[in-house]
Ligand binder design. Structure first.
Ligand code: FAD
Length: 361
């Protein structure tokens, strides 16, 4: 069994509490590399992110854009970098949990940490490594009273399986590639909604020209509708959403029927809970020392875009360096007896055993 796996799952403090060496908050490039470095030190970890997938900004903001300043990689896209980081850490098998916000962190009497997530997970962790970037990427929400009442049932922030909305009247809020792609996926589903309407303030959409052409063709064929207008209010009974009250492009009131409202207005980072944990901040970034990347609270480390120190540069390669030193910091706190001479992956039989690669002859 891999070190990370055994350490993460062998002992649980309770039936619903996962006991581990280190919880990593944020699965952007810094968090992913930190999981690898912790694995090399045979420390278990659980990696968590509010997004449904790993990669942080690289996945959420620029998956297809080129990056030219990753050492020894001439060029790669945000998506490709994420995939390479995932491939690299596969041997150390960290547990990963997506689509949930780490909402609470508390120091316990025994010096370990109690962490809770928005999805109800609870951790008893020896250390915490915050790699939260600019904050948790959460969906932008329209200002509509009562929206929360229908979240998860009739108000969705991800498209999911298009067939799940078969026969429904679906209104999609948004104007970009993600919204248009979702509309076309719904229109192309084997069991499609009865009506699919894209609602945006203006009759101008953003996306690659072939996608816009595909949308225009689907609109012309009557497979999808487009309404230019502003959502003003939900139309609902006490238990069920039945549509939206809107102002059309001329400012006239109108009713748009909907069984499901799919909100695809993009993501915005919210530092949110991280700013409420009593850790020293400077301009909404965590203060750390540059030897171990520890915050003002012993046992809580932080790396990547979320930290500040003299000379900090918000670059991916800085996050990799910080993650490496923070992993050694976690080791010094949890396994001081294991701290020894630096080992190289090139020559260390121990590291090669952890990585599952044969030692060179
Ligand atoms: C358009 C663009 C182009 C860029 N190009 C380059 C480039 O060419 N080279 C370069 O070096 N850098 C580039 N950057 C910067 C680079 O992307 C960042 O420096 C890097 O992503 C920071 O990594 P990170 O892991 O610290 O944070 P992020 O990538 O921001 O990841 C943080 C993750 O933490 C999660 N999170 C935060 N709080 C919580 C919480 N409470 N619970 C659960 N999850 C949480 C977030 O959802 C997010 O996924 C670019 C940035 C942008 C926007």
């Amino acid at each position: 069994m891999a070190a990370a796996e055994s350490s993460a799952s062998a002992a649980s403090a309770g039936p619903n509490t996962l006991r581990t060496d280190c919880v990593i908050i944020g699965a952007g490039p810094a968090g992913l590399f930190a999981a690898f470095e912790l694995g090399l030190l045979e420390l278990g970890c659980h990696l968590l992110d509010a997004l449904p997938e790993p990669g942080g900004q690289c996945s959420a903001l620029y998956p297809d854009k080129p990056i030219y300043d990753i050492p020894a990689i001439g060029v790669c896209s945000g998506r490709e970098l994420t995939q390479r980081l995932l491939d690299q850490l596969r041997p150390v098998q960290p547990a990963m949990h997506f689509g949930q916000l780490v909402s609470a962190l508390a120091l316990q009497a025994d010096g370990r940490f109690d962490l809770r997530t928005s999805a109800g997970l609870r951790f008893d962790s020896g250390a915490v490594l915050i790699a939260g970037g600019a904050g948790a990427f959460l969906p932008r929400k329209p200002k509509l009273d009562g929206l929360e009442r229908f979240e998860g049932s009739q108000v969705l922030y991800q498209c999911g399986a298009p067939d799940a909305l078969a026969g429904q009247q679906v209104v999609v809020l948004g104007d970009d590639e993600a919204a248009i792609t979702a509309v076309l996926a719904l229109a192309g589903a084997a069991q499609r909604p009865s009506r699919i309407t894209l609602l945006h303030r203006r009759d101008s959409l953003r996306g690659p020209p072939p996608l816009l052409a595909e949308f225009a063709a689907a609109r012309a064929a009557g497979a999808v509708d487009f309404v230019a207008g502003q959502a003003l209010a939900l139309s609902a009974t006490s238990s069920r959403l039945n549509g939206l009250e809107i102002a059309d492009a001329q400012g006239r009131p109108a009713h748009l029927p909907a069984d499901t409202l799919l909100v695809l207005l993009g993501l915005s980072p919210k530092l949110g809970p991280i700013a409420d944990w009593g850790l020293a901040l400077h301009k909404r970034q965590l203060r750390v020392d540059t030897g171990q990347f520890q915050t003002s609270l012993g046992g809580v480390f932080a790396v990547g875009d979320v930290v500040t120190y003299p000379g900090k540069k918000k670059l991916i390669l800085s996050g990799f360096h910080e993650a490496t030193l923070a992993a050694f910091g976690v080791q010094a706190r949890l396994r001081p007896e294991a701290v020894g001479a630096l080992q190289y992956t090139t020559t260390s039989a121990n590291l090669q055993r952890i990585l599952g690669v044969a030692a060179p002859s």
